[in-house]
Design a protein around this ligand. Structure first.
Ligand code: ADP
Ligand code: MG
Length: 385
C-alpha cells in the first residue's frame, strides 16, 4: 500500500480559425514545468504562475502569435505531439496495469479546449486511448509465455443527466442503469453494464466506435456540437500467472474518462449557486427550457460535485484539521470515479487549455482546479490474489 499524488499535465491547444480571425491574444506562456497566465484586462498585473508535472505547448506551425511574441520557441516546454503525450503519460498507465494497479486517466477543461483530441484524437492524430490500447496488445504479444494467461475486456458508458447509459447496447432502460454499491469493497458500479471480451486492438476499436455512435449529442443553441455527456471507457486487464504455488491472479481496471465540457461561469460555484444562476440569466441566454434546463443543471451537478470532491480531498491532503467529508455520493460521476479520486488508483489528469484571451476566466479556473488536483494523494494497492 502506498500513497501517490495524482499526476497532472496541462496542454494548450492551438488557436482555432475563429480566434485567428478575431486576432485573439495569447494569454498562456510556458517555461519548463511552469505555466503562466496573463489577465488580458489588466496590463499591470503580474502573470499568475502554476506548476504541474507536465506542460505541453502546441505545434509552432499552428500558433500564429500576434505582436511577434514567440513563446513557443522556448523549447524547454516544447511542442507535444500525440505520441509524446502518450510516451509521458500513457506508457506508465500500461506498465501499471501489468503491475496490477488500477489506473485512471481523465481530461478536464472547457468545451473546445482539446479534451477529446488528447483522449481519443481525430483521424490520424490518434489520442492516448487508441495508442494505449494498441500498446497493451503489443506488450501482451511480446511477453507471451506458457505461464501467463491474459484476459482483456471493456465497457463503455456515458453519464448523461445523472443517468448511466451503457454505450455498448442500443437498448436504454428508462432512467438508466441503477448505480449500486458493492457490499464489501464499497465501490459503486452501474448494475447490468456490459463488459465484453476483446482479443485484439481491432476489437477495441470496433467497440469504441460502436459506443461513439450510440452517444447522445444534445446540442444547445449556444453550442451546437459539444457533447453534454461524460464518457467513461474501462478496460479490465486480468493476468493469470502459473507459479510453483498454483495460479495467482493480477487484475487492473483502467478508466479512461472524457468529461463533458464545463461551460462559461459554471465551474467553481457551489451546486446551489449554479442552480440559482441556471434559473435566471443562464437559462435565458442559452434558450434552455424544460428538459434541456434539467439536463444542464444535472451536468453541472456532476461537474460541480467533482469540484467539491477535489476541494475536500485537497484539504485532507494538506493536513486540514477540520473534519472533511468527501461528497462522493452527491453525483453519479463522483460515485463512479471514487477510486480514481483519493482511492485505489494511479491517476493522471490532463487539463486542456485554450490559448485565447476570451477564455481567460475558464482557463484560469481550469488551472486552479488542476492545482488542487495535484495535491490529492491516492492510496494504491496491487490487486493480486
Ligand atoms: P473538447 O473535447 O475539449 O470539447 P476537442 O478535443 O474536440 O475539444 O478540441 C476542439 C478542437 O481543437 C478540435 O478541432 C481539435 O482538433 C482541436 N485541437 C484540440 N487540441 C489540439 C492540439 N493539441 N493540437 C491540434 N489541434 C487540437
Ligand atoms: Mg470532447
Amino acid at each position: 500500500m502506498s500513497e501517490e499524488s495524482i499526476k497532472v499535465a496541462v496542454r494548450v491547444r492551438p488557436f482555432n480559425q475563429r480566434e485567428k480571425d478575431r486576432n485573439a491574444k495569447l494569454i498562456i506562456k510556458m517555461h519548463g514545468q511552469s505555466t503562466f497566465i496573463t489577465d488580458p484586462r489588466s496590463s499591470e498585473e503580474e502573470p499568475k504562475q502554476f506548476s504541474f508535472d507536465y506542460s505541453y505547448w502546441s505545434h509552432d506551425g499552428f500558433i500564429e502569435l500576434p505582436s511577434g511574441i514567440l513563446e513557443s520557441k522556448d523549447n524547454s516546454s516544447a511542442y507535444a505531439s500525440q505520441q509524446k503525450v502518450f510516451n509521458d503519460l500513457g506508457r506508465d498507465v500500461i506498465k501499471n496495469a501489468f503491475d496490477g494497479f488500477n489506473c485512471s486517466l481523465f481530461a478536464y477543461g472547457q468545451t473546445g479546449s482539446g479534451k477529446s483530441y488528447s483522449m481519443v484524437g481525430y483521424g490520424v492524430n490518434r489520442g492516448i486511448i487508441p495508442i494505449a490500447c494498441d500498446e497493451l496488445f503489443h506488450q501482451i504479444q511480446s511477453t507471451k509465455s506458457s505461464s501467463v494467461r491474459y484476459e482483456v475486456s471493456l465497457s463503455m458508458m456515458e453519464i448523461y443527466n445523472e443517468q448511466v447509459r451503457d454505450l455498448l447496447t442500443q437498448d436504454f432502460p428508462k432512467g438508466g442503469l441503477p448505480v449500486r454499491q458493492h457490499p464489501t469493497s464499497g465501490n459503486f458500479y452501474p448494475q447490468g453494464l456490459r463488459i465484453v471480451p476483446v482479443g485484439n486492438y481491432t476489437d477495441i476499436e470496433r467497440r469504441i466506435s460502436e459506443g461513439t455512435q450510440n452517444r447522445t449529442i444534445a446540442a444547445t443553441n449556444m453550442n451546437a456540437t459539444s457533447s453534454r455527456a461524460h464518457t467513461v471507457v474501462t478496460i479490465y486487464f486480468d493476468q493469470f500467472i502459473n507459479g510453483t504455488h498454483g495460479e495467482t491472479k493480477k487484475t487492473s481496471a483502467i478508466n479512461l474518462v472524457d468529461l463533458a465540457g464545463k461551460e462559461r461561469f459554471q465551474l467553481d460555484l457551489s451546486f446551489d449557486y449554479v442552480l440559482l444562476f441556471q434559473g435566471s440569466e443562464r437559462a435565458a441566454s442559452t434558450g434552455a427550457t424544460g428538459d434541456r434546463l434539467k439536463e444542464s443543471t444535472n451536468i453541472n451537478k456532476s461537474l460541480s460535485t467533482l469540484g467539491n470532491v477535489i476541494s475536500a480531498l485537497a484539504d485532507i491532503s494538506s493536513g486540514s484539521k477540520r473534519k472533511v467529508v468527501v461528497p462522493y455520493r452527491d453525483s453519479t460521476l463522483t460515485k463512479l470515479l471514487q477510486n480514481a479520486l483519493g482511492g485505489n488508483s494511479k491517476t493522471v489528469m490532463i487539463a486542456a487549455l485554450s490559448p485565447a484571451d476570451v477564455n481567460y476566466d475558464e482557463t484560469l479556473s481550469t488551472l486552479r482546479f488542476a492545482d488542487r488536483v495535484k495535491r490529492i494523494k491516492n492510496t494504491v494497492v496491487v490487486n493480486e490474489n
